[in-house]
Write a protein that binds this ligand. Structure first.
Ligand code: NDP
Length: 319
């Protein structure tokens, strides 16, 4: 059926993340200014980066910059790749114990030698601004208040902000990671969507995803979701962030609009592409998030919101 839309030359409306991310950060900033007036200090976020993975360094840098924008005090702990699990656990314990630290963020993935699960579980759930601790995962599954992972929380904000109906909608989440897919499915369920979760063992994916009014894709495979996977008019949220370096692949992915991307490629050596095939899916979907400029910006904004929430929670606990 998507060929019919192609003939009509319609294109999906882009759901840009930038304006909403700016709005969320402005709201956080205003609340922090009030907090500083009332208590003399705003929230503090401790970021922890182990090793020298360039992508992780960029992500942490973006988070620290956002902290500066909204008035969150940040402190960064950059540890060598040779750091042991015990050393990292000691750092987490000291950050847990400090009264002036409201949120702790350990950038994942950690080097393979470190026991990632032990680190996640060591973070005080009240300071777990990423929402990865089993207590927060459990509370989310039970529909109780929790720190919710930033990417799916941002996607819900984006859908609500753009008046995309979730209640009663058929939603399909492709990907079942702890960071995106699973919490995404829980949040959609909480908002009364009928949710299907797909993964690498799903048989014959296109007829399943084509049922969805709301298709959320978090796979980590460049342009895997094609026109045939999408119900005409559906809202498609592309979480994927994949670096593409091959000009022929850029031409295939972007078709008539490849020129801009080829310019980025020749300037930076790579361009960022999602898990959705941009040229094909734009012809079928009703709404589509761009990559970059969609979900990624909201992830950082929601981290700011979670850090403020952690500070408010601790303020209210200490009376
Ligand atoms: P993971 O690798 O942890 O999970 C990928 C999921 O995709 C798995 O559940 C896997 O299934 C599923 N999958 C893999 N291949 C297929 C396939 N052929 N068909 C159907 N399902 C498949 O990735 P993440 O969830 O951490 O991230 C996904 C993408 O989102 C990445 O590109 C990442 O960079 C990006 N991302 C973007 C963020 C943002 O802020 N924009 C934040 C976080 C991630 P199975 O479980 O069976 O292995």
């Amino acid at each position: 059926m998507y060929t019919i839309r192609q003939q009509m030359e319609t294109r999906a409306t882009l759901l840009e993340g930038g304006p909403l991310a700016a709005k969320i950060k402005q709201e956080v900033k205003t609340e922090i200014e009030e907090m500083v007036r009332a208590y003399g200090a705003g929230p503090r976020l401790a970021t922890v980066l182990v090793g020298d993975d360039p992508a992780s360094a960029v992500y942490v840098g973006n988070k620290i910059r956002a902290c500066q924008e909204v008035g969150i005090r940040s402190e960064h702990h950059a540890l060598p790749a040779s750091t042991t699990t015990t050393e990292l656990l000691d750092l987490i314990a000291s950050l847990n114990a400090r009264d002036d630290v409201d949120g702790i963020l350990t950038q994942l993935p950690l080097p393979a030698e470190i026991e990632e699960r032990a680190i996640i579980e060591a973070i005080d759930p009240r300071k777990d601004v990423d929402g990865f601790h089993p207590v927060n995962v459990g509370n989310l599954a039970l529909g109780r208040p929790a720190f919710v992972p930033c990417t799916p929380a941002g996607i819900i904000e984006l859908l609500v902000h753009n008046d995309v109906e979730i209640r009663g909608a058929r939603a399909c989440v492709v990907g079942r990671s702890q960071i995106v897919g699973r919490p995404m499915a829980q949040l959609l369920l909480q908002r009364d969507a009928t949710v299907t979760i797909c993964h690498s063992r799903t048989r014959d994916l296109p007829p399943v995803t084509r049922e969805a009014d709301l298709l959320i894709v978090a796979i980590g495979r460049t342009g895997m979701i094609r026109g045939e996977h999408v119900k005409p008019g559906a809202t498609v949220i592309d979480v994927g962030m994949n670096k593409v370096t091959d000009p022929d692949q850029v031409r295939e992915l972007f078709g008539a609009e490849a020129d801009k991307r080829l310019a980025v490629l020749s300037k930076r050596g790579s361009t960022l592409v999602g898990d959705v095939h941009p040229a094909e899916v734009a012809q079928v979907a009703g709404k589509l998030t761009p990559v970059p400029g969609g979900v990624g910006l909201l992830t950082v904004a929601m981290l700011m919101k979670n850090t403020l929430k952690a500070a408010k929670l601790r303020c209210s606990e200490s009376g």
